[in-house]
Design a protein around this ligand. Structure first.
Ligand code: SF4
Length: 640
């Protein structure tokens, strides 16, 4: 979360600017003694003087008084309407997302119906029916804007309710209203605050527009829209009359948008530009963190720890350490929810908004040989690194490729994002990449849309795009899961070939739950369980002779035709009993002990460390592994 001190620093200027523009209209009685509605026709269009700093309007009324009191009306209408819309929309969005079923239907259909009407037309219709006036305006604007709040709340709440800590709260029997108000709502407050500011700015514009048309605030009460309407006829002889309310409008909307931009950047450090990243969300630098000294090391993940942004929830990733070398494939394996994908997203700087890195380091050697810590970079540098130094291919190429753009456009965009070159050169480069990843007839196929290609071809396109800037590290997150077996083999072979071909020495981080595939491609294997690496070492050794009971169970449960695996497990395919624990329900001691067939009583008291083998080649997190120091059960210092 944002530290108060840092929050203030980032927000101080926009907050002061906005506060001034809101306070000044409401301090009107202290600034001017003139009545904003008092007519003095003989002074009409009088120029500014010492008593009337901004002159007088077409009815001889003091312009300063009118612009200040008009601001009161415009701001009150806009903020009251926005607040009502926010409360109604948030209520519908939360109910729809949390309870789903009929409430979801009502929420989305109701919003759809309102959103079908062009805003200004709907406003005109209601004002025409019910007559102009501030109350009508507030009602119209509330109806206009609540669907937007409902939509945003709905989508954000859906995301949050799918996270483990909400599931855990449900499992613990926490009442629904407490989960919604105490857990879901605080986690979506950021986007809602930003939407509130944007809506308030839009409401001021609509209020002024309606008042300009004579359908808003009823004269003689002042409003900025009315001032523009009145001054319009005299703009040639008295341009000041139209400039003053326009300037008030522009300044106020600018102040709100400025505030809104800063607020968004502050609440979402990933979106912030510049280097003012949230200090608390940064991991603490660790004095004992290994650095990339060996030139063939591309990346080092050291003691990575990730937590949810929700106060008091346990770590989703407790301890992940990996060394990724050039020309090497490291496989990260484990069941769903073990933390494989989160670890890789941390490397990409793409963690979901509700997850933050609170410990460890993520060092990367860039192509320039500069070593950076990915956890400490600003958004712009991370953008430069993504695609250029690190690239990622995902499980489902259909959802990773934009269906409405041709492959050529998408590849050219990916290439030119990091390499300044003409479109024709980028297209030629894209065709060469497609040929490199084994695409037949690349010159013709590059102009296809994603849905005109098979799953295997789409994945080849994704791999080609990922390699477009010759990254040093390629992360493949279950890249063959969505493909049939024949195509899987082709893609694995392609990745193997590319890894060996890559001139810079590509390091491949291959994420999978399929040990059969891992056996074909990986040099080293790291097995993850419940946010921890439980075994790590050379792939051949680990697959042939696993030392951790979880690795052994994974191998035994894999239906694979791979010879080595078959010989390791015999003919039986037993399933691993039980399910991995949620972060909030991890047992004391060894996190695997509830499912471990060889657990001892001591396993409930001691949280094993990652014990290295004598030659340093492999490491295991198990008290009964050969690597565990003798007598560890009696002398364990790392108690749970
Ligand atoms: S430490 Fe104990 S419970 Fe954990 S894997 Fe080893 S034997 Fe099983």
């Amino acid at each position: 979360m944002m530290s108060v001190r840092n929050f203030h620093k980032r927000m101080i200027l926009p907050s002061l600017f906005l506060a001034a523009l809101i306070i000044i209209p409401f301090a009107a009685p202290l600034i001017t003694a003139d009545d904003p509605v008092k007519i003095a026709v003989r002074y009409r269009l009088a120029a500014p003087d010492l008593e009337h700093w901004l002159g007088r309007d077409e009815f001889g009324r003091d312009r300063l008084a009118r612009v200040l009191y008009g601001g009161q009306v415009s701001l009150t209408v806009a903020f009251v309407a926005t607040t009502i819309a926010c409360i109604i929309g948030t209520f519908f969005g939360l109910v729809g997302a949390y309870f789903r079923g009929p409430s979801e239907f009502v929420t989305s259909r109701l919003s759809d119906i309102v959103l079908c009407f062009p805003p200004i037309l709907l406003a005109l219709l209601v004002v025409t029916l019910f007559g102009p006036g501030s109350v009508t305006l507030v009602a119209v604007l509330s109806v206009l804007y609540f669907p937007t709040f409902a939509r945003i709340t709905f989508s954000e709440a859906l995301r949050v309710t799918s996270l483990d800590f909400v599931e855990a709260s449900r499992a613990l029997g926490t009442p629904s209203y407490r989960i919604v108000l105490g857990t879901v709502l605080p986690n979506i407050a950021g986007p809602l605050s930003v939407q509130y500011s944007l809506t308030a700015a839009a409401a001021i514009t609509i209020e002024s527009g309606l008042s300009f048309l004579g359908l808003g605030v009823v004269p003689p009460a002042p409003s900025w829209g009315q001032m523009i309407r009145g001054a319009r006829q005299f703009m040639n002889q008295d341009p000041l009359g139209i400039m003053i309310p326009c300037a008030a409008l522009v300044l106020t909307i600018f102040a709100i948008n400025f505030f809104c931009d800063r607020l968004r950047d502050t609440l979402d450090p990933k979106g912030a530009s510049g280097s003012s990243m949230d200090e608390v969300s940064k991991p603490k630098a660790q004095a004992d963190a290994p650095t990339i000294k060996d030139p063939d090391v591309v990346a080092v993940i050291n003691k990575l720890r990730l937590e949810t942004a929700h106060f008091g929830t346990p770590a989703v990733i407790e301890d992940v350490s990996l060394i990724l070398r050039a020309n090497q494939c490291t496989a990260l394996v484990g069941e769903s929810g073990s933390g494989k994908s989160l670890s890789s997203l941390a490397l990409m700087g793409l963690l979901p908004g509700a997850i933050r890195q609170v410990g460890g380091t993520l060092q990367l050697r860039r192509k320039s040989d500069e070593v950076v810590d990915l956890g400490f970079l600003d958004a712009r540098t991370l953008e430069d690194i993504r695609g250029n130094d690190i690239a990622m291919i995902f499980q489902e190429p259909m959802t990773s490729l934009n269906p409405i753009h041709k492959i050529s456009d998408q590849m050219i965009e990916a290439i030119t994002a990091h390499r300044p070159m003409s479109r024709s050169d980028a297209r030629a480069h894209a065709i060469a990449l497609l040929k490199r990843v084994g695409m037949n007839d690349a010159e013709r196929r590059i102009d296809s849309y994603p849905d005109q290609m098979s799953g295997g071809m789409r994945q080849r396109v994704m791999i080609g795009m990922a390699l477009s800037c010759e990254p040093r590290l390629l992360i493949a997150d279950e890249p063959t899961t969505a493909l049939d077996v024949t195509i899987q083999a082709e893609i694995i072979e392609l990745l193997q070939t590319l890894r060996q071909d890559q001139g810079n020495g590509l390091s491949l981080l291959f994420i999978s739950h399929n040990l059969g595939v891992v056996a074909d491609i990986a040099d080293r294997v790291a097995v993850m369980y419940s946010g921890l690496i439980v075994e790590e070492g050379p792939a051949a050794q680990i697959l042939r002779d696993p030392h951790h009971p979880y690795t052994r169970a994974l191998i035994e449960s894999m239906p694979s035709s791979h010879e080595e695996l078959n010989s390791a497990r015999g003919d039986r395919l037993p399933a691993i009993s039980g399910t991995p624990p949620l972060p909030s329900a991890r047992p004391s001691g060894c996190t695997f002990r509830d499912r471990c067939p060889i657990a001892l009583p001591a396993c409930a008291d001691i949280r094993p460390a990652l014990y290295p083998s004598a030659d340093g080649e492999r490491a295991v997190r198990c008290l009964r592994a050969p690597e565990a120091p003798a007598g560890v059960m009696n002398h364990q210092t790392e108690a749970a």
